[in-house]
Every structure is written in structure tokens, then in C-alpha cells.
Write a protein that binds this ligand. Structure first.
Ligand SMILES: [Zn+2]
Ligand SMILES: [Zn+2]
Length: 805
């Protein structure tokens, strides 16, 4: 083939880009990039990817790919690029091919999460004369609502709650201009065509109707100490001044929320830094497009209302995630309290009528608007652990972004996993991608169970073809298990029951991208409770796990849980169970008779507890680490009863003197744990008995709780570390120097730091969770991966490591 002199060879290439590339402004970005490089061709959305055809000089195409990789649109995530050289030519010019079905072709939805207002849109709303000036619903392809307004796919305006707002000429011009930042921005809106804000009283009467006035008036009410309901992005919120103790205390009383901390919103990180310590990683998390609540160490004497976070050392801060929030607190010099608008134990409210009905009695006014919230999304919560931003609650800003499965899962059939009982989420796994629902909540109460079912129906409509396998917990009777059993039964699907702590271990392994055929991994899973196949409640587990199965190597020493569920609400029961398990009560009661906790126990119905434990009536055994924390928190006198799961443990961690922990000053006094070798009856056990002796002696000597907490945390970290060393020796060549850590207890920053430092100093590779919560919120993903591995025919290698057992 002859080439005309003076002209470079013209190449034609097809480039396929996989990842989060639809609904994030990818095609206009490609369009601009191709034109800058003088390339001809076209770009279109295909099933789960963007397809580009380019014609031009080789070096121009290379430059195009380099630039595309280096700086994709802010919300895009490129997983993989495939390039093929094509024969033939292409017409001159570059075109964006709009699919008939809008953003989605081939039935593969790609919905990006809701995203905080971007810097360009913020500049627009602050620029006098701009047509978006002070408009609270300004958005573009790089920011704004997504899942929260989505009713159906494809993600087109007519399938969102923006259907009620036909675009004006100016908005339509932006929407159709490939060079514009708002090209194909489905929720694009302006003051003349979009939603409007109103401020109303609880009786429905109007305070102000124009958006600008309503926001200014709402701010004036807040400053007077009033409580407001605010219709946020994914649900109603309750707001008051963070510096006004009377207002915060009133909000707590009216909302009937006794202890759980309230979140705060501040204008920028400079304001946040006045009240809390903000590291570089924490600042990045605060400013990220997901704009989550970030748990920060509070500064001493921060001056905010004490009722915001009673008995906590931390404060949860977020930055404004919508222009509405930004404009509301624009003039604030201190943070506002911004907590979810719901009644105790009910889901966050999204309907206007329900808000008036249920939040009306709590607030003095409601800042509302006329764009419907379709999907409920709580504010997400993140905590930086060992310099990594880790999910505590994954919802707004993150869901429904898919997570790529590890190598080997590409051909897995579609699996639906239904998660746990607390912090529930569910997971759809298909084609090597997992979609995990937003946090829905604890399934104790009917309204949350209804919300779970609604969200599940919605996800099955939006993201599913048809699950072939349903994965549930091993527990014989809980709501998520029943939903899974009924679904499998009615549709004749395979049902897989996955042990709780195996699912935790696998959730961590999968997040760390360990391939499907990985040889067994040592996993430490510490949490509140999970049903074990022996009918007891596990939760302090040392497992050898692969995707298809596990072998239980050891656990915390099991103790009785007198009263079953009641023992979760009343930590003093766990303390009594631990103490009577470690010592004889009369001896203990005599020796420590002056300790307030021991004296307090004498007033309790101990005979009944003794009888229950002796006859095993409503008294399951538990090895849960979370229950050990409860017991210790009760014994030191912090908390005899709790209003939410994990509260005693959280307050006991918060009590620790961090300076002492960091200085290592208490290392020598760390409480000892014992390791009991495996016997014919029992597995290897981590036994807290010696810890209890040292702790009671400290209490007897009036050692302050902050020091006791440090000594306990260091002792526990050392105990777990020694247990790992012990088991590793036993595993010999079957252990590969890796430890997977999962379970809600690892959200205890102090324990996590102490343990990981120890493990890493011995060159052990620590696998932990970051993108999914290590608590039960990440469980569904683990369940789905186990079920997928079994469906792919994997057989567990764990038990074969122990031929003689
Ligand atoms: Zn924007
Ligand atoms: Zn408009």
C-alpha cells in the first residue's frame, strides 16, 4: 500500500472503555479530546462501556489514549481499555452517537451515585448575573442527583422525578450542546424551569415562597434557636445550631434519640478544623465528591453543644453536598447539627406528607421543595483508620456504584445476597461486578423491613436480569433470611446459606481482590454476634477461609449469654457471665465487695441468672468479642444498659487516654490474655480470664477508666497477635503471611491501629476493608461471593489442611 508523501499514515482504531463511563460526561469528554487531537470518528454508549472509533495519525491516537487515561471526567472510573485496529476508513469529523434508549444500551444499567455540587457549579451559583446565581438545584454532568431521583432506566429525565419540570430554552440549549458541561445532564434546571424551595410552618402555612427568601428566612430561624426540617438529597433532615445546647437538647428530646451522636455540617474544612483534628486523609474524604460524614477526633473544649455527642471523643462532620445546603449555611460561622429526619427506629422520611405529619411536632419550620425524592439515601459515614478512609455506613454518594469482583468471578451466574439483620444491605453480583445497596438499617421494626423490601424491589427492577442464586445467612429465623427463602421458593432458585463470619472474611478477601482460586487465608473476624453451625453465637473467630468454605481454627473462649437478646441490651449481664465463668462468685463478691459494680450486681436478680445459665434456659453460648467489650464497659461502670448495639464498646473506646496509648507508656501494664491449646472438646481459645484479674485489681486501686481502657486495648491487641502467631505456627506451610481482618469490632480505631502496627512489625500482610464496611453493612458482598464461588464449582481447600481432624 502506498502512502502519499508528506502525510502520516492514517490508522483506524476501535477503543472500548469499561468501567463507570456512562452518565458521567464521558462522551462529551471524548468528543473534546478527539477534536483537540484532530481525530475523526465517533463515540457511543454500549452495554456497560463506551465505544470509540478513531481515525488519524498513530501518534495522535496514542496521545488521545494517554490523555484519556490521565484525566478522565471526575466521576468516571476506567477499569479496562481494549484497543483493536480496524480495516477501512471513517468519515471526516467527530460525532457523538446518541442511543435510542438514552444512556443505556443492551440493558446494562450504569447509574452513577449522587454527587456533591462541583466547584464549577458552585462558582455559577455565587456569580451575580449568572443564570444559575443562587439557584439551589444547580447541577451538571459532573455533579448532582442521580439514584435519589431515579424511577426507572434508562437514566433519562423522563424516568426521574425531574419529569415534572420541562426544560426551558436555555437549559435545553446546554443539554444538547456537546461542548457544554451540562450536555446530557438529565437533572439540568434553572430558576425559570426547575424545582423551587419554600419555607413552611408545621401547620402547612407559608413563611416564604421564593427560593432566595426561603433560604435566608430558614437561616434566620436557625439563628433564633429554632429546629428545622430540611428536605435534603436522599431524605429529610433535622437541623439546628451546633452551638446552641438548648436547641440540640430539645431536638434530642423531641426526636427521642437518647445517645447516638448527631452529625454536623460546616461550610468548609477551615470551620471543621476549629472543632476537630483534621488529617490530610480526613480532609480529602470531607472534600470528596461523595461528601460523607467523616468521624473526627474532637478537639478538647471544642465549645459545641455537649448534647451533640454525649460520652464520645469524636464528632461526625460533613460539608454541604447540594447547593441548597451550601446556600442555607453560607453565612454560618459555626457548624449546624444535621441529622436524619425520622422517628426513633424508623427509616429516614422522604415523603412530604409524612414529613409534615411526623416531623411537624419536632420542628418549628420545614424547608421543602417540589422535587420528589424517589430513592432514600442516608448520609454515608467514613472513618480514617491507619491513614485509609474506611466505610462505616455506605449510602449517599457511593450506592449504587458497582464494585469489580476479583479475577475468576467473570462467569458467575447472577447472585442476590440478602445480608444480615443489623445495618442491612443486599448485593447483586453478575458478570464480574457487584452492586451493593445503600445502607437500609436494622431490620427489627416493620417500617425498616418495608423499606428493605421496597429498595430490593427497586434494585431488582433497575439492575437485575434475574438472579439464579439467592444467598442468605445461616441463622434459622430472621427477616432477611425469610425474604430470601420466600424468593428462592417462589422462583425456584438455588438457595445458599452462608455462615456469618465466613461471609465477613470473604467480604474482606474479595475487596482485596484475592483471586477465586486463592489458597486458604487466615482471617480474624470480630463482631457483635453471628449464628454458628453449632447453634451458638460466634463473634470472636479465627478462621482459615477460602471463597468456597472455611475451617474454624479458634475463637474467644465462649461464655453464656444469660437472657439471650436481653444480654445485648444489658451489658451488666455479660459482665456477670464473664466474671462467674472466670471465678467463683462468692469469692469474687467478697474480695471486691467495695467495688461499685460488684455492689451493684448484688442488687440484681443473680439467682435467676444462675438458674438460667445452669439449665441453659434462653442462654446461648457466645464467643463474640463485641460482648466482651460490653462486659468490660459494664464492669468499669461506664454502662449497665445500652440503647443501641455496640454503644458500650464505642464509649469504652472513647474513654481511652489516646496520649498514653500512643506513648506506649501502658505497654508494661497491658492486661494479659491466655491462649488455651486445642483439646479433644475445644478449639484453640483466647481466654480473657487473666485480663479480668488484672482489671479488677486496677479498679480496686482506683486506676482511672481512661488508663484501664488503654491497658485493655493494648492487652487485647497483643492477645489477638499472639493467637495469630500460635495458629500460624500450627498451619506451617499452609500459611502465607497474610491476615484478613473483618467484623465491626475493627471499626474501633484504637484496637485496629494497635493490632495492625504489631502485625506489620512482624512483616505480616494485613488485609482490611475500606470500600465496604467491615461491619454487617459489608456482609451481603461476602455472602454473594461465597454463593458465586460455589455456583462456579469451587471446592473449599480449608479442611484438607487438617487431614487428621
Ligand atoms: Zn456541577
Ligand atoms: Zn431552565
Amino acid at each position: 500500500m502506498s502512502v502519499p508523501t508528506g502525510s502520516a499514515t492514517r490508522i483506524v482504531e476501535e477503543i472500548r472503555i469499561h468501567g463507570i463511563v456512562q452518565g458521567v460526561g464521558f462522551r462529551p469528554f471524548v468528543y473534546r479530546l478527539a477534536r483537540d487531537q484532530g481525530l475523526d470518528g465517533e463515540v457511543r454508549n454500549e452495554a456497560g462501556m463506551v465505544m470509540i472509533k478513531l481515525a488519524g495519525a498513530m501518534e495522535r491516537i496514542e496521545a488521545f489514549v494517554t490523555l484519556l487515561r490521565a484525566a478522565p471526567p471526575p466521576l468516571a472510573r476506567i477499569d479496562r481499555i481494549e484497543r483493536t485496529t480496524l480495516a477501512g476508513g471513517l468519515a471526516r469529523g467527530f460525532t457523538i452517537i446518541t442511543s435510542v434508549t438514552g444512556e443505556i444500551v443492551g440493558g446494562e444499567p450504569a447509574i452513577s451515585p449522587d454527587t456533591a455540587v462541583c466547584p464549577e457549579c458552585l462558582a455559577d451559583i455565587l456569580e451575580p448575573g449568572n443564570r444559575h446565581f443562587r439557584y439551589p438545584f444547580t447541577n451538571c454532568t459532573n455533579c448532582g442527583p442521580r439514584l435519589s431521583i431515579l424511577r426507572a432506566i434508562p437514566y433519562d429525565r423522563h424516568n426521574t422525578s425531574m419529569v415534572d419540570f420541562p426544560m426551558c430554552t436555555d437549559c435545553a440549549r446546554e443539554y444538547h450542546d456537546p461542548a457544554d458541561r451540562r450536555f446530557h445532564a438529565q437533572p439540568n434546571a434553572c430558576p425559570s424551569c426547575g424545582p423551587r424551595v419554600r419555607l413552611i410552618r408545621p401547620d402547612g402555612s407559608l413563611v416564604s415562597a421564593e427560593s432566595t427568601d426561603a433560604l435566608a428566612d430558614a437561616w434566620a430561624l436557625l439563628q433564633r434557636g429554632e429546629i428545622l426540617a430540611v428536605k435534603g438529597l436522599g431524605g429529610y433532615q433535622l437541623a439546628c445550631l451546633g452551638t446552641n445546647e438548648a436547641a440540640v437538647a430539645r431536638l434530642r428530646r423531641r426526636k427521642r434519640r437518647s445517645d447516638r451522636p448527631f452529625a454536623l455540617m460546616a461550610q468548609d474544612t477551615e470551620v471543621v478544623a476549629r472543632y476537630a483534628q483534621v488529617s490530610k486523609e480526613e480532609e480529602l474524604a470531607l472534600k470528596s465528591p461523595e461528601a460523607p460524614i467523616v468521624i473526627l477526633n474532637a478537639k478538647r473544649d471544642h465549645g459545641l453543644a455537649p448534647s451533640i455527642a454525649p460520652r464520645q471523643r469524636t464528632l461526625g462532620f460533613m460539608l454541604p453536598n447540594t447547593p441548597l445546603h451550601y446556600l442555607l449555611i453560607e453565612k454560618a460561622e459555626a457548624p449546624i447539627v444535621l441529622t436524619s429526619g425520622n422517628l426513633s427506629n424508623e427509616p429516614q422520611i422522604i415523603e412530604d406528607a409524612e414529613a409534615l405529619d411526623k416531623l411537624g411536632p419536632i420542628v418549628e419550620a420545614l424547608l421543602v421543595h417540589d422535587r420528589a425524592i424517589v430513592n432514600r439515601l442516608d448520609d454515608s459515614v467514613v472513618r480514617v483508620l491507619a491513614d485509609q478512609a474506611c466505610q462505616i455506613r455506605r449510602a449517599r454518594g457511593y450506592a449504587p456504584a458497582s464494585i469489580p469482583c476479583p479475577p475468576g468471578f467473570e462467569k458467575a451466574p447472577e447472585v442476590l445476597a440478602l445480608g444480615a439483620h443489623l445495618k442491612s444491605t443486599f448485593c447483586l453480583l453478575r458478570g464480574g461486578q457487584a452492586t451493593i445497596s445503600q445502607h437500609i438499617g436494622d431490620l427489627d421494626d416493620a417500617p425498616t423491613r418495608a423499606a428493605f423490601q421496597n429498595t430490593l424491589d427497586q434494585y431488582l427492577r433497575l439492575f437485575s436480569r434475574d438472579p439464579e442464586v439467592v444467598a442468605i445467612d445461616l441463622h434459622p429465623d430472621m427477616p432477611s433470611v425469610r425474604i430470601g427463602e420466600e424468593l428462592a421458593e417462589s422462583k425456584n432458585l438455588n438457595l445458599v446459606r452462608v455462615q456469618h463470619h465466613h461471609a465477613h472474611a470473604v467480604s474482606c478477601m474479595a475487596e482485596n481482590n484475592l483471586p477465586l482460586d486463592i489458597s486458604p487465608v487466615l482471617a480474624v473476624v470480630l463482631d457483635g454476634l453471628g449464628y454458628g453451625p453449632d447453634g451458638s453465637f460466634w463473634g470472636g473467630e479465627f478462621l482459615l477461609a477460602d471463597y468456597a468454605g472455611y475451617h474454624r481454627l479458634g475463637s474467644f473462649r465462649p461464655v453464656p449469654m444469660p437472657g439471650g437478646e436481653q444480654a445485648i441490651h444489658e451489658p451488666w449481664r455479660m459482665a456477670y457471665a464473664h466474671l462467674t465463668h472466670a471465678f467463683t462468685w462468692p469469692e469474687l463478691a467478697e474480695r471486691y465487695r467495695t467495688l461499685p459494680f460488684i455492689a451493684g450486681l448484688r442488687e440484681r436478680p443473680l439467682d435467676t441468672l444462675d438458674a438460667m445459665m445452669k439449665r441453659k434456659i434462653n442462654t446461648p453460648q457466645t464467643s463474640a468479642c463485641g460482648r466482651l467489650f460490653d462486659a468490660v464497659a459494664a464492669a468499669v461502670g461506664l454502662r449497665q444498659t445500652v440503647t443501641y448495639e455496640g454503644q458500650a464498646a464505642i464509649e469504652f473506646e472513647a474513654a481511652a487516654d489516646l496520649d498514653l496509648a500512643e506513648l506506649g507508656a501502658e505497654e508494661a501494664h497491658a492486661y494479659p490474655f491466655a491462649i488455651k491449646d486445642a483439646t479433644a472438646e475445644d478449639l484453640t481459645q483466647l481466654d480473657p480470664q487473666p485480663m479480668w484479674s488484672a482489671l479488677l485489681d486496677d479498679l480496686d486501686r482506683n486506676v482511672p477508666i481512661p488508663i484501664i481502657s488503654v491497658r485493655f486495648h493494648i492487652g487485647l491487641a497483643c492477645g489477638i497477635d499472639e493467637m495469630i502467631e500460635h495458629l500460624a505456627t500450627r498451619l506451617g506451610a499452609a500459611w502465607h503471611g497474610q491476615v484478613a481482618l473483618s467484623g465491626g469490632v475493627f471499626q474501633n480505631a484504637l484496637l485496629f491501629d494497635l493490632l495492625t502496627v504489631r502485625l506489620r512489625s512482624r512483616d505480616i500482610e494485613v488485609l482490611s476493608q475500606q470500600h465496604l464496611p467491615s461491619n454487617d453493612g459489608g456482609l451481603a458482598w461476602g455472602q454473594a461471593a461465597v454463593a458465586a464461588a460455589l455456583a462456579l464449582g469451587r471446592v473449599s481447600q480449608c479442611a484438607s489442611q487438617f487431614p487428621d481432624e
